[in-house]
Design a binder for this molecule. Structure first.
Ligand SMILES: Cc1cc2nc3c(=O)[nH]c(=O)nc-3n(C[C@H](O)[C@H](O)[C@H](O)COP(=O)(O)OP(=O)(O)OC[C@H]3O[C@@H](n4cnc5c(N)ncnc54)[C@H](O)[C@@H]3O)c2cc1C
Length: 349
């Protein structure tokens, strides 16, 4: 998606894409898609105007709200279930090209004070500001004081895509809270911001993720998150709370198959370790245990693009909720033999 950001930003424009620029646009979009601009402009699919898709019968279809609207509805969240998408047309918005964004981190020992503060700060934030909270161990990065390397930290990654003066005012209380061990929140280009987390997800490592949508961050959830962060075995694994809300809630739950518009956060439990390293078993167990600890606080929904291959049909249903039967009916119409089944599969109804 980095190339899309680069070309649109040449005109001071952007659409809603994800937090890591190396992610593919097609898969991200078809599963729903969220990122720094979601609170302003909705899911990525809310900004999808049309697409070209080759369906199971070999027909090339131009699909939009006006042309084959049921298929267009299903493609807006239904993933790769309905065909091979060969073109996507997005609505663009004026964004940047300069924004205020970056990372602030605090010592994990301050987590009991920092976490509730950040929660309350996010609850008051404008739609132009999006934060993601990460609980992890500090990498040996030059911007973190060496004394904290390998120690638990709490980080807030943020992007304010509004007017710069307003952004500085809004972020001032966050930057002033406690004693951050690193503050890299600066004016930069939106394209730089979109690439900022690429280095945190290098290729060639083993990854295992689990996720839930959350309606908010209550005290009990924060306590559960804190307790699980304490037993994270790997310096590469993390628990991330991505802020949503804002524009998502403005549309009805069945506006596109994506659903989940009641979500205020996505919890992502991200296990990561060197391939073949025995720590992998402990990471898997940490991811599963953390996910179990967070599940009681879920909306009941889950982001389809954050599902692991070992999750069953119940989780695909959980991803779509009340939209699932309609998706299954569209699947029956366009792919009755389930040709496109190597995905989070929706069985033809
Ligand atoms: C490091 C990392 C960071 C991420 N961050 C975010 C984020 O910030 N926000 C977010 O919303 N998601 C995020 N994701 C999840 C991401 O949306 C999914 O992994 C998505 O599948 C990636 O799209 P892709 O095109 O690279 O898919 P691929 O891995 O190439 O394909 C995955 C599936 O998508 C479908 N698909 C892909 N292309 C097509 C096509 N042209 N036509 C039909 N179906 C297709 C197919 O079912 C395919 O099996 C992240 C993933 C990773 C690995």
């Amino acid at each position: 998606m980095g190339d899309v950001d680069r070309e649109t930003q040449a005109h001071g424009l952007a659409t809603v894409l994800g937090f890591v620029s190396e992610t593919g646009v097609a898969g991200l979009t078809l599963g729903g898609g969220f990122g720094y601009l979601t609170r302003r402009f909705g899911f990525t699919v809310d900004n999808l105007l049309a697409c070209e898709v080759v369906t199971a019968d070999g027909v090339v279809r131009q699909v939009s709200r006006e042309s084959e609207p049921e298929l267009f509805w299903a493609l807006r969240g239904g993933g790769g279930n309905f065909g091979v998408v060969t073109q996507l047309t997005f609505r663009l918005h004026k964004v940047g090209p300069r924004i205020l964004g970056g990372l602030i981190a605090w010592d994990g020992a301050q987590l009991p004070e920092v976490l509730p503060f950040v929660r309350d700060f996010m609850a008051k934030s404008s739609r132009e500001l999006t934060c993601a909270v990460t609980l992890r161990r500090a990498p040996p990065a030059p911007f973190i004081p060496p004394a904290f390397h390998g120690k638990p930290i709490i980080g807030v990654v943020c992007c304010h895509s509004g007017e710069l003066e307003k952004a500085r005012d809004e972020l001032r209380p966050l930057k002033a809270f406690g004693r951050p061990i690193a503050d890299l929140v600066v004016e930069k280009s939106y394209v730089e911001q979109q690439r900022m987390l690429d280095a945190t997800q290098p290729s060639g490592l083993a990854y295992y993720w689990k996720s839930e949508y959350l309606p908010g961050l209550g005290d009990r959830l924060l306590e559960a998150a804190r307790a699980r962060a304490e037993v994270n075995p790997s310096p590469l694994s993390q628990l991330v709370l991505f802020q949503l809300g804002g524009a998502l809630e403005e549309r009805p739950m069945d506006e596109g198959a994506v659903g989940n518009r009641d979500a205020a956060f996505v919890a992502g439990v991200q296990g990561c370790w060197p391939v073949g390293d025995p720590i992998g078993e402990r990471c898997l167990s940490w991811v599963r245990g953390t996910w179990e600890a967070l599940r009681p606080f879920s909306t009941g929904g889950v982001y389809v693009n954050f599902q692991a291959a070992d999750e069953g049909e119940d989780r695909v249903r959980a991803a779509y909720g009340s939209n699932y039967p309609r998706l299954a009916a569209v699947k029956k119409q366009y792919d009755p033999d389930n040709l496109f089944h190597i995905n989070r599969n929706i069985a033809p109804a």
